[in-house]
Design a protein around this ligand. Structure first.
Ligand SMILES: Cc1cc2nc3c(=O)[nH]c(=O)nc-3n(C[C@H](O)[C@H](O)[C@H](O)COP(=O)(O)O)c2cc1C
Length: 280
């Protein structure tokens, strides 16, 4: 029948890697040049998380291996294009982050996708992210989602838009922010989920919660304006937080506390003792 072999009817994913046998292979694509760009950093953060769960990760950097514009002289014989398409075919899943330029994905991002076809990425899952100079919105994510439909790929429902992205990273990468409108500066880490053992709890705080971000910034507001900002190194934060968390741990673990999760406050005295004043 005429419709039976139509290529553009969406099919569910057919290729599923078994993580216990072969690590899932994930390719990271950025709509900005270099891993140090904001979108590059977002992709690499996602790749690092996947790597920690056992995935094999690869990042394609258009600064190192540029992809020509589709249609420009010599583009069809370009070696980078061939390598890129072979690599994409060999990967099971993709993390993508584009900056929002004029309300949509960047030209670099679109041109990267213009080199991919159903035969390279069809049926494979995509995690979508977007960075914005202004307010967070979903336009770029939606546009990428629609584009991927044309390629028969499967963007997952979860997606991430990072508005005012300049504030999300500093010179050492991702940063933690806390703010208060209290009369004295302080920083509270609350909602810390309780782990099975104190060793697990310590590891969780070091690796997933506090040590994950090198620099922690604390700000105090007065009448809607920031009047004071301090910067602390994660090791100093951990030196303060770990003993306080350890003290709370047995009660929280036993389920005898009103709030089941751990919460630790760093006082003004502690901040002033080890922090660097940025403002105020
Ligand atoms: C040509 C151009 C257009 C842009 N358009 C938008 C836009 O429509 N909305 C927005 O929030 N940011 C816009 N921005 C800011 C970028 O989203 C922001 O620069 C990007 O997320 C990456 O941050 P970075 O330049 O610090 O690496 C634009 C930037 C450029 C260069």
């Amino acid at each position: 029948m005429y419709f039976e072999n139509r290529q553009y009817i969406q099919k569910p994913p057919t290729k599923v890697s078994n993580m216990t046998q072969t690590p899932v292979r994930i390719l990271g694509l950025s709509g900005e040049y270099r891993p140090t760009s904001k979108s590059g950093m977002m992709v690499n953060l996602a790749l690092s998380c996947a790597e920690s769960k056992g995935a094999e990760i690869i990042f394609w950097d258009c600064a190192e291996k540029p992809l020509p514009f589709v249609g420009e002289d010599g583009c069809w014989e370009n070696e980078n294009v061939k390598e890129f398409q072979t690599l994409a075919s060999s990967c099971d899943a993709f993390f993508v982050c584009s900056p929002e330029y004029h309300g949509t994905m960047s030209g670099v991002m679109k041109n990267t996708f213009d080199w991919l076809y159903d035969k390279h990425i069809g049926g494979k899952p995509f995690g979508l992210m977007c960075t914005l100079g202004g307010m967070q919105n979903s336009n770029t994510l939606n546009h990428m989602r629609i584009m991927l439909r044309w390629l028969h790929a499967w963007p997952v429902p979860e997606q991430l838009a990072i508005g005012h992205v300049k504030d999300a990273f500093d010179e050492d990468g991702g940063a933690e922010y806390k703010s208060t409108i209290a009369n004295s500066i302080n920083a509270t880490y609350n909602g810390i989920s309780v782990q099975d053992t104190w060793e697990d709890q310590e590891r969780y705080l070091i690796e997933d919660k506090i040590g994950k971000y090198k620099n922690h910034y604390y700000a105090r507001y007065e009448d809607g304006k920031i009047v004071e900002v301090w910067k602390l190194d994660c090791n100093d934060v951990l030196a303060i937080v770990l003993p306080k968390a350890q003290k709370q741990y047995p009660k929280k673990k036993a389920g005898n506390a009103k709030d089941p999760r751990i919460g630790v406050t760093i006082s003004k005295k502690e901040i002033y003792a080890v922090g660097t004043c940025i403002l105020g």
